[in-house]
Design a protein around this ligand. Structure first.
Ligand code: 5GP
Ligand code: MN
Length: 336
């Protein structure tokens, strides 16, 4: 295991820096990666950002986005980049299983590996980690990383936009319990670069297509199921519905949060029949641990109040399994 001083020393010379993040990156994963990309560019290194898969168009406006390579589309080229990389940054995940088959190439690479993340139970593949499960976003830790390297003053508008996007999206616009005074201090510092935070909110939250809004409407009117006996609510979506409303990667972002808008609900789920698997997004209030349900029943994980997982059953089978899980947690649910 290396310390920050060794990383600092290693970065004294221009390096080939490979930056990646979890599959289907969200605002925190991609914002953190692009912030780091701009930082390394400014430091005179040779950075590249690789996403394991595609991601929502709601993130395509981020500065630096055109330079991002997609593993699934260019595996051969990217394998060469991994071979040449001198240092690899793994952001917003801590288990190489979360980056498709790219994980094995990274595992066997001889480059220095740095993991910056806030999820539970790190696998431990890295040489250096900046890991804190209490951080509200990986972006908060990327800010700390740049600060630890002594470069806080280098944080410019482009870096700030990526970091603000990460903090804003992962904290539910500064609402979750892991938003500390320190997060607001960091955010204030990011705003001092002159970045336009209103632009970020608009770009992330106010760019829905008409079909997407109508899809949300359809789900809320026709697909929301409330289970008062478990203080739960869920929305399930079929493949046909995804097609009918032309719902692409990232377009369901935010839908699950409506289950939590109901005062009676303590736990909520969005259950979507994707091409080969069924994906679950889970949310909760207070101390109810949806990450436990995600891990135990759906090969997933996440945070106490926001987690996700995968099911290989059909849609109805997955819904039944979700309800089974609620049954097991009934006592806790009723007493929270
Ligand atoms: P979302 O519901 O927004 O897709 O994901 C919420 C959180 O759950 C993510 O930040 C991530 O921590 C976690 N998560 C979602 N899907 C998975 C998964 O398949 N595996 C694991 N380990 N965590 C997941
Ligand atoms: Mn995150």
């Amino acid at each position: 295991m290396q310390g920050i001083e060794e990383i600092k020393e290693f970065l004294q010379e221009p390096r080939k820096v490979f930056i990646t993040m979890h599959r289907k990156p969200d605002g925190d994963a991609l914002g953190s990666a692009l912030a780091l990309y701009h930082y390394f560019l400014a430091k005179g290194h040779d950075p590249i950002v690789v996403s394991p898969t595609d991601y929502g168009v709601y993130l395509h406006w981020l500065p630096g986005n055109p330079s991002v390579l997609i593993w699934e589309e260019r595996k051969k080229d990217i394998q060469k980049l991994i071979d040449k990389a001198e240092i690899i940054f793994c952001l917003d995940f801590n288990n190489l299983g979360r980056i498709e088959d790219m994980g094995e190439y990274i595992r066997t690479s001889s480059a220095m590996k740095v993991m910056i993340d806030h999820h539970m139970e790190p696998e431990g593949f890295e040489d250096y980690r900046l890991w804190n499960p209490l951080a509200c976003a990986t972006a908060e830790l990327v800010y700390k990383f740049i600060t630890l390297l002594g470069d806080e003053k280098m944080i410019d508008k482009n870096i700030a936009i990526g970091l603000y996007t990460g903090i804003m999206t992962d904290s539910g616009s500064f609402q979750y319990s892991n938003v500390s005074p320190e997060v607001h201090r960091i955010t204030a510092r990011l705003m001092e670069t002159g970045m336009d935070h209103t632009m970020i909110h608009r770009n992330i939250y106010d760019t829905m297509k008409e079909s997407q809004i109508r899809f949300f409407g359809h789900c809320l009117k026709n697909k929301l199921v409330v289970l008062p006996q478990y203080r739960a609510a869920y929305i399930s979506v079929t493949r046909e519905e995804l097609k009918e409303y032309n719902i692409l990667t990232g377009d369901t972002e935010g839908l699950v949060n409506y289950t939590m808008s109901m005062s009676e609900a303590v736990v909520g789920a969005l259950i979507v029949d994707r091409e080969r698997v069924v994906k679950l997004s889970l949310r909760s209030k207070g101390s109810f641990p949806v990450n436990e349900i995600a891990k135990k029943y759906f090969e997933g994980g996440g945070h106490v109040n926001a987690a996700g997982g995968t099911s290989y059953l059909d849609l109805q089978g997955t819904i039944d399994k979700f309800i089974e899980a609620l049954k097991e947690y009934e006592l806790l649910l009723l007493n929270i």
